[in-house]
Design a protein around this ligand. Structure first.
Ligand code: ADP
Ligand code: MG
Length: 291
């Protein structure tokens, strides 16, 4: 499987000027770059707006680090291709060299939602944006499976536009299909993932609930470092809203979190239902009044 033929890939790399490292992951690093797409590229129109170049974030993945599973990157590209939503990071281009894959994404220069933890303590558009993005993915039969603050990025500094990034373990899913492969990140993964039971779309709603909880108080709800203990905590699904950190948070916000963090996936709302939750609807309304 190839995402770009070899000679073509060398030509393509010349279209990029690489700059600072934005982040490092398990498979390589993500570098900021300016891209000059050729005139026949569909993104050329975007580029023309900014003087012939587009600011991008290029995920550089070392093939060696994939330990034979090159298909993982082909899947990542395939899942992202054709998606178009303001809360989903856009993949502009992809190519490969002998040793590396290159995925060029829309630059999210506002940084990770992770950095905003505990500096806010109240609703922002980001809470709704995350669920909006998840709904769009689920409508397109995609489960993200790794929703967490490190993978939620702001498009610009001081902007409220949040995008879901990192489709490294996202999967296509058919109705009634159940996924069993490894997924998620400790602390954010749903109990059915940790228990290696079949899982599906509801895992993203659990993780969204954990993200909202964490953003409102500054710490994650299930914190055991030992896997077995963490599984027990998640399976019990017992949420504590410690008065010291939660007294100023509305009951609606707590109700929203409690609705999502349900140990039984069948008890969680769908993304569509979550978007209709009073907390999101009222808070979004209030924000628009302040605009
Ligand atoms: P990994 O699978 O290694 O976690 P990610 O796709 O999450 O890879 O990228 C790692 C980090 O690189 C992110 O957490 C983020 O800080 C940064 N990053 C990824 N994509 C972008 C982007 N489009 N714009 C800006 N920074 C990005
Ligand atoms: Mg990531």
């Amino acid at each position: 499987e190839h995402i770009g033929s070899q000679p073509e890939s060398y030509k393509k790399k010349k279209q990029y000027r690489f700059e600072a490292v934005l982040g490092t992951g398990a498979f390589g690093e993500v570098k900021q770059a300016t891209w000059t797409p050729p005139p026949d590229n569909p993104h050329y129109a975007d580029a023309q707006k900014v003087g012939g170049q587009i600011e991008v974030a290029v995920k550089v993945i070392k093939k060696k680090a994939l330990k034979g599973d090159l298909q993982a990157v082909v899947d990542e590209v395939e899942v992202l291709t054709g998606l178009n939503h303001p809360n989903i990071v856009k993949l502009y281009d992809s190519f490969e060299s002998k040793e590396k894959f290159y995925l060029a994404f829309q630059l999210a220069s506002g940084g990770e939602l992770f950095e905003k933890i505990a500096s806010r303590g109240k609703f922002t558009e980001g809470d709704a944006a995350n669920v909006e993005g998840i709904k769009y993915l689920h409508d397109h039969h995609i489960v993200h499976r790794d929703i967490k603050p490190e993978n939620l990025l702001y498009i610009k500094p001081n902007s409220d536009q949040l995008v879901i990034a990192d489709f490294g373990i996202a999967k296509h899913i058919e109705d009634n299909e159940s996924l069993t492969s490894l997924a998620g990140s400790p602390g954010y993964a749903a109990p059915e993932v940790l228990l290696k039971q079949g899982h599906g779309k509801p895992v993203d709603l659990w993780s969204a609930g954990v993200v909202t909880y964490t953003l409102l108080c500054g710490y994650i709800p299930f914190r055991a470092t030992e896997t077995q203990k963490l599984i027990e905590e998640c399976k019990a699904g017992k949420l504590e809203f410690h008065a010291k950190y939660w007294s100023k948070v509305s009951d609606d916000a707590k109700a929203f979190i409690s609705a999502l963090i349900q140990p039984n996936p069948d008890d969680r709302p769908t993304a569509e239902q979550a978007l209709k939750h009073k907390w999101l609807v009222d808070a979004a309304k209030r924000q628009h009044e302040h605009d």
